[in-house]
Design a protein around this ligand. Structure first.
Ligand SMILES: NC(=O)c1ccc[n+]([C@@H]2O[C@H](COP(=O)([O-])OP(=O)(O)OC[C@H]3O[C@@H](n4cnc5c(N)ncnc54)[C@H](OP(=O)(O)O)[C@@H]3O)[C@@H](O)[C@H]2O)c1
Length: 305
């Protein structure tokens, strides 16, 4: 079974290298200085205070992903449209496609682009970042949940992928309600991702201070309201669970905070921005998510000027 990763950043390199080390045939699509560093020196992978140099199979040409039975789409939401058009003509009728993006939109967009393929929605519970070209730091957790999103001729590969991850020491399991799975992760991201990027303070601090906790809870309540209008099975208990878990977390730097620090575009439009826009389309308002989105846009614009 050949597994391709369309995008070899933090997520692609972390999971790709684990699968490759466990003996699976893996190929990562990479580009630029990161590709050169991976080809020249191998992947420098740091995890739990241990550093490994892992020779990893990479390609610059997307057509090399054609023989993969499974393609894990591991770019950010900001690169998804371009990645899906680049994959046209590469995807075979029996290729299974897997999304790992944050937000709730990726599986539908992949399913729309490849209407006859098996599509799996995934959620990664991990802290990992691309520190510099060729160098990935894994800082927290690492489990994956996967659920079948669109039926196709290769649905059976889902169980094989779960087994492959487990064999590679990645805690992976099937989620029978992938829509709720995606929205539950969106819920945490709406509560904590933007506010930590704006304040440059850890999520646990935002949960511990009464003032910021109110903002976190309001952003999450707006997200639950939108989810429930769509029949998604999440609710107030999910909010309290997220807050309880966050209070016990280590000093994890969220992805939006990292993106802002690095001057990269964030995924805010697919997180708080998504909730704000979709709520407006439903003739209502989500003022806290709207405000968080505007503040992140303002910080992003500062990088542009
Ligand atoms: N990192 C985490 O801890 C984490 C946790 C949970 C979920 N996620 C989600 O997982 C997704 C990926 O995150 P990430 O942290 O791995 O992002 P990342 O480090 O930015 O990796 C994405 C990689 O894909 C590459 N890429 C994008 N379009 C490409 C194309 N057309 N051809 C070749 N390469 C392409 C990017 O290259 P360039 O840099 O050249 O654009 C980058 O190396 C995001 O949606 C994120 O929200 C991440």
């Amino acid at each position: 079974m050949k597994i391709g990763f369309a995008g070899a950043g933090a997520i692609g390199c972390h999971y790709g290298s684990k699968l490759q080390q466990a003996g699976f045939d893996v190929l990562l699509l990479a580009r630029g200085k990161h590709l050169s560093a991976l080809q020249r020196n191998g992947l420098r992978h740091e995890s739990d205070g241990e550093t490994q140099i892992i020779p990893i199979n990479t390609c610059a040409d997307i057509t090399h992903l054609k023989p993969c039975q499974i393609i894990i789409i591991s770019c950010k939401m900001t690169g998804l449209t371009a990645m899906l058009s680049a994959l046209q003509g590469i995807i075979q009728p029996d290729t299974m496609l897997v999304s790992l993006q944050n937000g709730v939109e990726a599986p539908d967009r992949i399913a729309a682009a490849f209407a006859h393929n098996s599509v799996v929605a995934g959620t990664a519970f991990i802290g990992a970042r691309l520190e510099r070209p060729g160098h990935v730091i894994h800082s927290a957790a690492g489990g994956i949940r996967l659920g079948l999103w669109q039926q196709g001729s290769s649905d059976h590969l889902l169980a094989l992928l779960i087994e492959a991850f487990q064999h590679a020491n990645v805690a992976a399991r099937i989620d029978a309600d992938p829509a709720a799975m995606l929205w539950r992760k969106l819920l945490w991201n709406c509560g904590f991702n933007a506010i930590t990027a704006i304040t440059r303070r850890h999520a646990r601090d935002m949960a511990a201070h009464a003032d910021t906790l109110i903002t976190v809870q309001q952003a999450m309540q707006e997200t639950v309201r939108l989810a429930q209008t769509r029949g998604i099975n999440i609710g107030a208990t999910d909010i309290s669970k997220h807050i309880e878990i966050t209070l016990a977390m280590g000093p994890v730097k969220t992805s939006m905070w990292q993106d802002i620090e690095a001057g990269r575009p964030t995924e805010v439009d697919y997180i708080n921005g998504y909730v704000a826009t979709q709520t407006t389309h439903a003739q209502s308002t989500a003022p806290v998510n709207q405000t968080l989105t505007s503040l992140i846009h303002a910080i992003e614009a500062r990088h542009d000027s």
